[in-house]
Design a protein around this ligand. Sequence first.
Ligand code: BV8
Length: 252
Amino acid sequence: MACQLEQYGKHSGHMTNHSPSIVILTGAGISAESGIDTFRSAGGLWEQHKVEDVAKPEGFARDPELVLGFYDARRAALAGVEPNAAHHALARLAAEYSGELLLVTQNVDDLHERGGSPQVLHMHGELKSALCQSCEMRSAWDAPMLEAGGRRPKCPICAAPSLRPDVVWFGEMPYQMERIYAALSACDLFVSIGTSGAVYPAAGFVQEARGAGAATLELNLEPSEGSHHFAEARHGPASQLVPQWVGEMLGA
Ligand code: BV8
């Protein structure tokens, strides 16, 4: 890793003796060993449902109960899973690393937080957040959005029965993109963990970082669709690769 940072480090003199600034992007693969289905593996979420039916505004408009039920099931499943060694390793990095660190996740689960990461940027939203379509306010939410008899719970802020999952569907703008792009253009190292590189704009982050002179590392079970953009790629389960990489970064 150190050799890569020197070899691929910033050409604009960022590489002084400070600890390299790191942007990490995670995807469903980091939660796979916790028992949460990924999207594209055999039997994964998208095999059980058509994307356009459950992860697009049009699908929600067409059949809100199908979509609310899909997200209610995923939210309820969180109670039965635990963070794994990869989540805990990233929390250790946040606690012990002296350089700047931004953790961006495409995941809507809460395993990074429960694994101890203090700041998590959920660019595609969170299962445990509700967005009200009337007042457009967000509230922490851990209950079903579809109650018995198809009743809809009331928004905690405006009392309208118009809550939707606070997740970013296809065609919707991911959250905090300016902050992410600013971090990508300034970082010394971009690390992608457990994502297929199938969905944009997240799949383009490696090119942003590399274009700005950062070193790039992919940690994934197998080569992703964007593997060729990475200066270094390691393949295997996140529960092994991530603790090993964190140990390298902490010099342990
Ligand atoms: C937008 C949230 C613009 C909800 C999700 C043509 C070209 C380029 C782009 C487009 C295009 N046509 C349309 C687009 C845009 C579109 C897109 O990218 N489409 C794709 C299909 C081409 N993108 C969008 O619409 C985005 N918005 O572009 O807005 C805009 C501009 C102006 C104004 C308004 C809007 C929004 C996309 C967000 C969609 N929401 N999720 C929910 O979770 O239900 S997507 C969802 O899939 C995830 O969030 C993630 O982003 C994406 C990919 O999933 P992964 O996390 O990578 O999971 P996957 O199963 O695919 O892969 C798992 C990986 O882990 C695998 O590689 C596997 O090998 C690995 N793995 C498995 N086990 C392990 C492991 N690795 C390590 N250890 C293990 N144990």
